[in-house]
Design a protein around this ligand. Structure first.
Ligand SMILES: *Cc1c(COP(=O)(O)O)cnc(C)c1O
Length: 346
């Protein structure tokens, strides 16, 4: 066997923190049970890492967006516990979901008809209460195509749960009105931020995603949610530049004195975007190493003045406390998680 290629990027996942976050969100959900949004490869954490851990902690409902994402989740949990949020797009998609055993979330009259024509059986139903993305309208609840469904869970989704917006109460009122029509179905409204809005938002099942992975969309969550994702990148080379030397494309940084620098294996192709240029720092043992010049596709340069002993092969931490990193980069906490590329060894 040839040796494995050496990795200079790694994503350390704190699985204990992930499990603690789920337990916290489950407890905060009161009499409701917490599920887990595991779409987009569990927000970049990796389905094969996140799903078995959440399953073993007691999580029983898993949400993906695309039907193509269902199979990897179903490898770890009973397929009927996996819900496909985008619903069935075609008749073939219905067959594919039935073959896997995952349940669609029906989002329209046409999806309802498509599911029934394909054989029907248990499914979930999304009702739009104001986000105006997917879901049937309030006025469509009485449609015969909807009445024909065997609805296991009836859902709606909050648009502004991360803010103290009047839209939250408006959506809550509409969700209550809609849910009455499905007395036998489980009811679900809250995402991570929605859990923090209070017990009236919890119903039977909550659907946290972001906060499982360390995101804190509301103040109420900040003390209770732990960091899960810690990206690290290795130094590939060091050099000492002189006063007047510039660094990187377009020479946007120029040294005013001799400076020892580290060339780090991390770039915008890995999800470390140019918005970090100038503002960002990497970390070593709590010491802050400022970025010099532009972020390139595959590398960045840091100032090693604060950590003179570091050299080739040493690992630096990318500051990824999500609210802080969001403030620094201008990216949302969701984007910061899902953007990390596949050159990170997970
Ligand atoms: C992504 C998603 C969630 C999870 O939301 P977070 O804000 O990440 O907690 C819940 N419900 C639906 C319908 C979603 O699309």
């Amino acid at each position: 066997m040839p040796p494995e290629p050496h990795s200079t990027l790694r994503l350390d996942i704190d699985v204990d923190a992930l499990v603690r976050n789920w337990r916290t969100l489950d407890r905060m959900s009161g009499s409701a049970k917490a599920g887990a949004a595991v779409k987009a490869d569990a927000y970049g954490v990796g389905v094969d890492t996140a799903v078995p851990a959440l399953r073993d902690a007691g999580c029983k409902a898993f949400f993906v967006a695309h039907s193509s994402e269902a199979a990897t989740v179903c490898a770890h949990v009973p397929p009927d516990r996996v819900a496909v949020l985008h619903g069935p797009a075609t008749a073939d998609d219905v067959s594919a979901m039935r073959a896997i055993g995952a349940l669609p979330v029906i989002n329209s009259i046409s999806q309802a008809a498509r599911w029934s024509v394909g054989g029907g059986g248990p499914c979930h139903l999304m009702i739009d209460t104001g986000i105006n993305r997917l879901g049937i309208a309030m006025s469509e609840i009485g449609d015969p195509a909807i009445a024909a469904l065997e609805v296991s869970t009836v859902l709606s989704h909050l648009a502004s749960a991360d803010e103290d917006s009047t839209q939250n109460l408006q959506q809550l009122a509409l969700a209550r009105e809609a849910f009455v029509h499905f007395p036998d179905a489980a009811k679900s409204l809250a995402n991570s931020a929605g859990i923090a809005l209070g017990p009236q938002y919890h119903f039977d099942l909550t659907r946290p995603g972001l906060s499982l992975y360390g995101g804190k969309p509301r103040q109420e969550l900040t003390a209770h949610i732990a960091q899960v994702v810690r990206p690290r990148a290795a130094i590939m080379q060091t050099r000492t530049i002189g006063a007047g030397d510039s660094v990187g494309y377009n020479g946007t940084f120029t040294a005013t004195e001799p400076t020892r620098t580290g060339i780090v294996s991390l770039g915008y192709a890995d999800g470390f975007l140019r918005c970090w240029s100038g503002a960002g720092t990497l970390l070593h043992d709590g010491r802050s190493l400022p970025l010099l010049g532009r972020v390139s596709m595959d590398m960045v340069v840091v100032d090693l003045t604060a950590a003179p002993e570091l050299g080739e092969g040493d690992w630096l931490e990318i500051p990824y406390d999500l609210p802080e990193a969001s403030k620094m980069s201008g990216l949302s906490q969701y984007e910061l998680l899902t953007i990390l590329g596949n050159r990170f060894a997970r």
